[in-house]
Design a protein around this ligand. Structure first.
Ligand code: AMP
Length: 143
């Protein structure tokens, strides 16, 4: 299955934030949407980073609550690993495993086209396993 097929089912909405927004605003947005990461974009809507709940927890543990007023740009990861619509879910899964992250923005023609989370990948994989099991069961019963 491709990234495109997953986005067709879940939609292409991505919750974003500006690099100049405060970390407190990022926390609020993550909580409002009940998600784990925000894509950071510049004024031209190009992706300039990603900030996840993990980044915020680590910086809070290191430097305390005073950082909540600091800009997102100070904490975000700048080198974002992304994928394209035509890629397979397996290749995205491999990228998540290798990079130890749970969110991969989808970029098409320099534009944000969606986001794939580890939850989407697991859901897809479970569906696949269930279909394989059903096919094997049918085969055994009819052989
Ligand atoms: P996560 O597992 O998504 O909470 O992210 C764990 C760490 O990887 C955090 O430092 C994130 O900023 C970073 N991260 C998350 N997604 C990506 C990505 N697609 N590309 C690069 N870094 C990422």
């Amino acid at each position: 299955m491709t990234v495109k097929a997953i986005l067709k089912a879940k939609g292409s909405d991505v919750v974003t934030i500006e690099p100049s927004a405060t970390i407190a605003a990022a926390v609020k947005r993550l909580a409002e949407h009940r998600i784990g990461a925000l894509v950071v974009h510049g004024p031209d809507k190009r992706v300039v980073g990603i900030i996840s709940e993990r980044d915020i927890v680590f910086v809070l543990a290191e430097r305390g609550a005073g950082i909540l007023g600091d800009p997102v740009s100070q904490v975000m990861t700048r080198k974002v690993v992304s994928c394209g619509l035509a890629e397979t879910v397996s290749s995205v899964m491999e990228r998540m495993t290798a990079g130890k992250f749970r969110h991969v923005p989808v970029i098409e023609e320099n534009r944000l086209a969606g986001i794939i989370s580890i939850g989407d990948v697991v859901k897809h994989r479970l569906g696949e396993i269930e279909r394989e099991t059903a096919a094997l069961r049918d085969y055994i019963l009819t052989a």
